[in-house]
Ligand binder design. Structure first.
Ligand SMILES: [Ca+2]
Ligand SMILES: [Ca+2]
Length: 271
C-alpha cells in the first residue's frame, strides 16, 4: 500500500491549494458527459435505467416512427412537454440521488425510467460496515490506530468516522479508484467535518485528492477545514489533474494534529 506520509507533495499542500484556487475557474470549460435515452415505438425508455455522475446531462430522443412521448420527472424537476418523433430534450443533474420519471401519455402502459446520479466513490456517508471492524467498507487506513474508528453520529445517516490527532502521524482514511485520465480532467472533492481541539499550527486537515501520475509522481490537493474547534462545516474543491494519471484517491486527512476530527460524506465527483 502506498503511504500518504511518504509523498513529497504532501508538505506542499498549502501551496498546491493556492494553485488549485487559481485553476478552478477553468473547470467550467471542461465538458461533462452526456448520456442518451431513446423513446421508442414499443413504449419504453431505452435504456430505462442509467447511472451517471453529478454534472452529467441526459438527452432524450424520440426515436419512434409516429408516437408522441414526454420525459416527465415524477417530482416535477423537469418536463419536456410533447415530443414528436425526432424531438430531443436535455436535463443536467447537479446532485446525487435517484430520479424517477415517466411518459405522460404512456405511464399507464409502463413507460417509466430512472436516472441514478452517483458519486465516483462508494459508501461516502460511512454508513456501511458489514464486517463490523470500525472501518467503513470500501475505505482503507493509513497512519490510523485503533482509536480512529466509526462513531455513532446523526450528521448523515447514523455513522461518521472519527480521527484522533497525533503530533507525529499523518492520519488518512482513503478510498482508491483505479481510474486513468489525462491532464486537465476535473474532479470535485467535498466533505463534512466537525472538530474539537484542532491546532492552527498543526498539519493539513481536510478532504484530500491524490493523483497517481503515469510518470510515477503523485499530486495531492486539499480542500481544508478550519483548524479550530467547530461544529459540522462543509468543504469542497474542484481540481484539474496536473498530469496524466492512472489512479485517484479521495481521503479524510488529519495530519500532525491535536484534538479530534469527525468526518462524514467524503465524496469524489466530476463537476
Ligand atoms: Ca454518515
Ligand atoms: Ca468495515
Amino acid at each position: 500500500m502506498k503511504r500518504w506520509q511518504r509523498s513529497p507533495a504532501l508538505g506542499l499542500c498549502a501551496g498546491l491549494a493556492l494553485v488549485v484556487s487559481a485553476l478552478a475557474p477553468l473547470a467550467s470549460v471542461v465538458m461533462a458527459a452526456t448520456a442518451n435515452v431513446s423513446e421508442t415505438n414499443s413504449l419504453t425508455f431505452q435504456p430505462d435505467t442509467i447511472v451517471i455522475n453529478v454534472g452529467d446531462t441526459v438527452m432524450w430522443t424520440n426515436t419512434s416512427t409516429g408516437i408522441p412521448h414526454t420525459t416527465t420527472s415524477d417530482t416535477g424537476l423537469w418536463d419536456s412537454g410533447t415530443m414528436n418523433p425526432g424531438a430531443t430534450f436535455s436535463h443536467t443533474f447537479t446532485a446525487p440521488g435517484t430520479y424517477l420519471y415517466h411518459c405522460t401519455f404512456h405511464v399507464n402502459l409502463g413507460m417509466v425510467g430512472s436516472i441514478i446520479v452517483a458519486p465516483l466513490n462508494s459508501n461516502t456517508s460511512f454508513e456501511i460496515d458489514a464486517n463490523g471492524d470500525g472501518t467503513p467498507d470500501g475505505w482503507s487506513r493509513s497512519g490510523l490506530t485503533g482509536v480512529d474508528t466509526l462513531v455513532n453520529d446523526p450528521n448523515t445517516g447514523s455513522r461518521a468516522f472519527q480521527i484522533n490527532g497525533s503530533s507525529t502521524a499523518t492520519k488518512v482514511l482513503f478510498q482508491r479508484l483505479v481510474r486513468s485520465g489525462s491532464a486537465g480532467q476535473s474532479f470535485t472533492i467535498s466533505g463534512w467535518s466537525k472538530d474539537t481541539g484542532a491546532s492552527s499550527s498543526g498539519g493539513s486537515y481536510g478532504v484530500a485528492l491524490r493523483f497517481e501520475n503515469t510518470d510515477g509522481t503523485t499530486s495531492i490537493f486539499v480542500a481544508p477545514f478550519s483548524k479550530s474547534t467547530h461544529g459540522y462545516q462543509r468543504t469542497a474543491l474542484t481540481v484539474m489533474a496536473p498530469k496524466a494519471f492512472r489512479a485517484v484517491s479521495v481521503a479524510a486527512l488529519y495530519q500532525r494534529q491535536t484534538g479530534t476530527a469527525t468526518f462524514d460524506d467524503v465524496t469524489l465527483t466530476t463537476p
